[in-house]
Write a protein that binds this ligand. Structure first.
Ligand code: 2NE
Length: 275
């Protein structure tokens, strides 16, 4: 595929092709573990996906066949979070900014597909979990390590995992810290399909093309609807925001605006009170 690179990043790559954005965590020497900088760049990339009307779907992946992502880079884990080069880190203060990225992926009004080759482990496992779909290569391995390395993700890492694979299995994954192969992941509903490693990108692009042929607004509203109950008021707010956007597109809403600007009474009686 003729991926076109965009933007200047140190820890990731951002590429586009046929309305598909491919975002690659590019730290293969540490199995694509993330540091705060990686997450800032991922946030910028997903912001770009959101703002670019020519992009309809995003792929999140890791560089190389060995790993999607191995979670937080333990070498720069401070005593209260992960340290970087920014002023906050220089003051000795750590960050857990992967949590902001998780929320951003959940709220992104376009489908996000995790394309997983190799390990999706720890915080890297949670990243695939918050994506809308996961396409796994046959060499993929999934698992949490938190209780082994003195960490945990009790947010989406626990709650959304339980929603996805059931509460017993989710507790097993966290309480035993085992690894699961691609077929096991498929059986427990953790991934959508498993394909040979050499077909991974082609299969993912096929799925993206099918998605791109569909109504963007319907997909946007479906994603918000699927997530709304689990997001509580923030989920309702997102759906309500979409309702507001659609309402703004109506003549009824535009009559309210136009009347205000013309300093006249709005003529809402021309619009039906629907059953
Ligand atoms: C991912 C895994 C299972 C891969 O194993 P393997 O045998 O294929 O590779 P290896 O030799 O372990 O790793 C290759 C190199 O990558 C580094 C390793 O230290 C090694 O470095 P060198 O010895 O070659 O110098 N590496 C791998 N993962 C790393 C990491 N996360 N941080 C720093 N260096 C890493 C195996 O490597 C593994 O189990 N990795 C650790 C997974 C882990 O525990 N991640 C953190 C979980 S906590 C978290 O992500 C988190 C959270 O819970 C809450 C908030 C934010 C983050």
């Amino acid at each position: 595929f003729a991926w076109e690179p965009e933007g200047e990043y140190s820890d990731i790559r951002f590429e586009v092709f046929e309305g598909i954005a491919k975002i690659t965590i590019n730290r293969p020497e540490v199995r694509n573990a993330f540091r705060p900088q990686t997450l800032f760049e991922l946030q910028q990339a997903f912001e770009r996906v959101r703002d670019d009307p020519s992009i309809g779907v995003a792929i999140l992946t890791g560089e190389g066949p060995l790993a999607f992502c191995s979670g937080g880079d333990q070498r720069i884990r401070g005593n209260d979070g992960y340290l970087g080069d920014d002023t906050v880190a220089r003051a000795g203060i750590g960050r857990l900014n992967v949590l902001d990225l998780q929320i951003q992926i959940r709220r992104l009004p376009k489908p996000v597909i995790a394309m997983v080759a190799g390990y999706a482990i720890g915080g890297g496992h949670v990243l695939h979990l918050v994506c809308d779909l996961t396409i796994a290569a046959d060499n993929a391995r999934f698992g949490q390590t938190g209780p082994r390395v003195g960490s945990f993700d009790g947010g989406y890492g626990a709650g959304l995992l339980a929603r996805t694979v059931g509460i017993k299995k989710a507790k097993e994954i966290w309480f035993l810290c085992r690894q699961y192969n691609a077929d096991e992941a498929l059986r427990m509903g953790l991934v959508n399909t498993v394909v040979p490693l050499e077909n991974l990108e082609a299969e993912t692009v096929t799925w993206c093309r099918e998605i791109l042929a569909l109504s963007p607004l319907a997909l946007r509203l479906l994603k918000a609807s699927f997530n709304a109950a689990d997001e509580g008021l923030a989920g309702i707010q997102q759906l309500a925001g979409d309702a507001t956007m659609l309402f703004y597109m109506s003549e009824e809403a535009q009559e309210g605006r136009d009347a205000y600007l013309a300093k006249r009474k709005p003529a809402f009686d021309q619009f039906p009170r629907r059953p």
